[in-house]
Design a protein around this ligand. Structure first.
Ligand code: 4AD
Ligand code: MG
Length: 437
């Protein structure tokens, strides 16, 4: 018999169906067993009445362990008490495998234990909800760029050189002679594809050997990176804002139930509206210094510094929308930034800070256009000249103003879900002290 999925059951009321899945939970009382079946699309309560099934099936139903795999045959009954509006009146049940001693029980477990059992933990309700939101965000991001005629041009993961500073490179042996690094960002290659296609984006895993053990850092994370020819840093604020609004709308439309499972304050997301405030770095410094005077921030922030987590949290708390900060000091930014001709100490960089303490989720800006300037920058940043010749070709042959940005998917998912740590926003997180499972 054909399999019906739990999220489709409402369309089959009164019908006989076959469900295939795993035992989420179970209880029994006298002549009744109530196995909860999950199949990845939802969870449904089944009712096994002793009088409706064979003796053997009833005994089996009673003794099933958590996460046993099973096939259930039964009739779909409307039920107002059920969260999904239906339950299953079981007529037969096939045990595919009876599982015993499943390590994750409904009691409380520590995070380390759960992370060690990540391969099983992703079956749990909350983890499941987070990863479904992730799926929807990724789909929304792709739809957003595809609908605007961006060409997806993915960039290599093995790269010969650094994009975001040499201190966070993962080195890999590339057949002995040559050194290769895992990419930190597809940006440099995006600049080439934008010169070819006008509007392009890359979407793939990126790597940072960051020895940061914070709730915002992974060593492997997914980044979506648009790049646009003839665009300015201001255009990137427009694009980033439109992308975020598109994502929020999609998540609210398609993942409301999952947000409810996560006990997310949905009104916060419903209130996200354009325009997002655009704050000059100079102004951000003033806000942070005031924060210090008021005693809300421990350190006095000085012009020229990079924001730490507490700074980002304080800054965004002054506004009720995500905020863009622009015009960062050139000295703390990548070698490739365009500088403001009127304020040469400022780079035309933009960051988007998410509300509620989620920090920077977008980083990008306008790229330097001039060949000579970039040659000097490559030298000043101690980068291997030979490896950047292809990049400099983009300034030799038809150089144009152009801009782009990167958004870390995991930070966006953490914000949408309202969860504490990015480690739960990717199926198998990689962090400073975690390479397994
Ligand atoms: O600000 P970042 O370093 O910018 C770039 O890599 C640019 N080359 C992107 C571009 O312009 N095409 O990183 C961009 C975003 C951050 O805002 C953050 O969301 C995410 O990537 N990110 C991380 N996410 C999780 N763990 C980490 N260690 C991250 N580092 C950056
Ligand atoms: Mg950044």
């Amino acid at each position: 018999m054909k399999q019906t999925y739990i999220n489709q059951l409402k369309d089959h009321i009164g019908e006989q169906v076959t469900l295939k899945g795993w035992l989420y939970n179970s209880r029994s009382s006298g002549k009744l067993v109530f196995p909860q079946l999950r199949d990845g699309t939802g969870i449904v309560q089944c009712v096994v009445f002793k009088g409706n099934v064979s003796e053997e099936v009833f005994e089996q139903a009673k003794s099933l362990g958590q996460e046993s795999s099973l096939i259930v045959h039964g009739t779909v009954k409307e039920d107002d008490r059920s969260a999904i509006g239906v339950e299953i009146d079981v007529s037969d049940l096939e045990v595919v495998q009876n599982s015993t001693d499943y390590p994750i029980t409904p009691k409380e477990h520590g995070t380390e234990f759960l992370m060690d059992n990540r391969h099983l933990w992703i079956r749990s309700k909350k983890q499941h909800a987070v990863l479904r939101v992730r799926h929807t965000i990724i789909k929304a991001v792709r739809d957003f760029f595809d609908e605007q005629d961006f060409i997806l041009a993915d960039t290599p993961i093995f790269t010969p050189a650094a994009c975001e500073g040499t201190t966070t490179l993962f080195e890999v042996d590339y057949f002995g002679d040559e050194k290769a690094y895992l990419t930190q960002s597809g940006q440099l290659y995006n600049e080439a594809t934008a010169a070819a296609f006008g509007k392009s984006y890359a979407f793939g895993p990126t790597f940072r050997a960051e020895k940061s053990k914070t709730r915002r850092h992974l060593t492997e994370f997914w980044m979506v990176e648009p790049e646009v020819a003839y665009a300015t840093y201001e255009d990137m604020m427009d694009l980033g804002e439109a992308m975020i609004l598109f994502i929020v709308e999609r998540v609210l439309k398609d993942r409301r139930e999952d947000l409810e499972t996560l006990e997310r304050d949905i009104s916060v997301l419903e209130n996200i509206k354009a325009p997002f405030p655009r704050v000059h770095y100079d102004e951000a410094v003033e806000i942070l210094q005031e924060g210090n005077e008021k005693g809300a921030l421990e350190n006095k922030f000085e012009w020229g510094g990079d924001f730490g987590s507490p700074d980002e949290t304080y800054l965004s708390a002054q506004f009720d929308q995500p905020i863009f900060v622009h015009h960062f000091p050139a000295a703390i930014k990548g070698f490739y930034f365009e500088i403001d001709p009127e304020r040469p100490e400022c780079a035309l960089g933009i960051d988007l800070l998410a509300p509620e303490g989620y920090g920077e989720i977008i980083g990008g800006g306008e790229r330097a256009m001039d060949l000579e300037y970039l040659e000097k920058q490559v030298e000043a940043h101690d980068l291997p000249k030979e490896d950047f010749q292809w990049y400099l070709d983009l300034r030799r042959y038809g150089s144009v103003p152009h801009s782009g940005y990167g958004m870390g998917i995991e930070r966006c998912v953490a914000w949408m879900c309202g969860i504490e740590h990015v480690r739960e926003t990717i199926p198998f997180p990689r962090m400073l002290y975690r390479l397994k499972p």
